[in-house]
Write a protein that binds this ligand. Structure first.
Ligand code: ZN
Ligand code: ZN
Length: 364
């Protein structure tokens, strides 16, 4: 489907640097831009935008004034942590965080102004941050800020957020838990040290409260979930809910730490899943959301893979042909014929549980 697509990246994203031994490598943002340039996909229809920094007022769409000032002060000092030990308060983190949030807001504005249909903020997707706290390498929740921006400055009511990062989108879920904003998260759950895996939430029975009941949807997947089982869960759960909800815009946190070579997560996906997931969501956005599809980055900790996975997703959504065939061929993982009947069985049970728990609330 023809449409314009924006790629959002600013060199300021490189300041989101927690130090040389930290698993989050900001260079992956720059690498993704370079890879897309090497593929030869930028033209009149597919453009790179450099977003301005978000203002304090933008941050306050989601975060408390007190928390924002604390981040600012602590990052000026450049010592200690912004949470319990995952997210260091280094110099420049506040400014880089504002740059990343600015990318998500500009993406929303470009789409709502009709300048583009789709936008991808490679530096966004900081889904663990909540109103008053940083968490899991996330300082300000740009996904939630973009959703609030769309509600308050573009008068949208039905916003869907699909989070396919390997970790539960707990911050985003918490922010919208009592509101009819549809948040769907597919993530690894359990199976780590003492059966725990970060952040430890995201079970099927977390479905939202009050006006939000049924609008938080969680698909907790076992360690080792591979393409076929993952795509079965995705296709059984996500499209029916989106078709019923008919969002005015589709937001999609697209962490790629679900990749089989990722050192932190332990799921077993390849680029095949990223192409299918983005292709399905892209079609649904055209069918139900006037083509409005705003994508955020997220996790991804094996630096040589991350840019490849995001580029595979991005050219799928943009619907363009790469001019450089050699670079294009290198984007995709080799087809894996991996099967695991025990994992398939467990995933089918989870699909059934999700359908029994939330589908009836939506008349499905
Ligand atoms: Zn399109
Ligand atoms: Zn993650």
């Amino acid at each position: 489907m023809a449409g314009r697509t924006a790629f959002l990246y600013h060199d300021d994203y490189l300041g989101y640097n927690f130090g040389p031994s930290h698993p989050l490598k900001p260079k992956r943002y720059e690498d993704t831009l370079e890879l897309l340039q090497n593929l030869g996909i930028f033209d009149d229809m597919v453009k790179h935008y450099q977003p301005p920094r978000a203002s304090e007022e933008d941050l306050m769409l989601v975060h408390s004034q007190e928390y924002i000032q604390r981040v600012k002060r602590q990052c000026e000092k450049g010592a200690g942590y912004l949470d319990y030990g995952d997210t260091p308060a280094r110099r420049g983190i506040y400014e880089a965080s504002c740059a990343k949030v600015g990318g998500s807001i500009l993406g929303a504005d470009l789409i709502m102004r009709g300048d583009v249909n789709h936008a991808f903020n490679v530096g966004g997707g900081l889904h663990h941050a909540t109103r008053d706290s940083a968490a899991g390498f996330c300082v300000f929740n740009d996904v939630a800020i973009a959703a609030r921006h769309l509600q308050q400055r573009h008068d949208l009511e039905r916003i869907a957020i699909v989070d396919v990062d390997g970790h539960h989108g707990d911050g985003t879920q918490r922010i919208f838990y009592k509101e009819p904003i549809l948040t769907i998260s597919l993530h690894r759950y359990g199976g780590g040290f003492l059966g725990r895996f970060y952040p430890g939430t995201g079970t099927v029975d977390e479905i939202g409260e009050g006006a939000g009941k049924g609008y938080s949807v969680n698909v907790p997947l076992p360690v080792g979930t591979f393409n076929e089982a993952y795509l079965e869960a995705f296709n059984e759960i996500v499209p029916p809910l989106l078709e019923e909800y008919e969002p005015e815009i589709l937001l999609n946190q697209f962490g790629v730490d679900t990749h089989y070579q990722d050192p932190l997560v332990g799921l077993a996906l390849t680029t095949k899943s990223y192409v299918e997931v983005s292709s399905v969501l892209h079609h649904l956005a055209h069918e139900f959301s006037s083509g409005r599809y705003l994508i955020f980055g997220g996790g991804g900790y094996e630096p040589s893979n991350v840019s490849r996975c995001w580029a595979a997703m991005f050219i799928t959504v943009a619907g363009v042909r790469a001019k450089n065939e050699d670079v294009y061929r290198e984007l995709f993982d080799r087809e894996m014929k991996y099967q695991n009947p025990e994992i398939s069985r467990r995933v089918r049970k989870i699909i059934k549980d999700v359908k029994n728990t939330v589908f009836p609330i939506h008349g499905l």
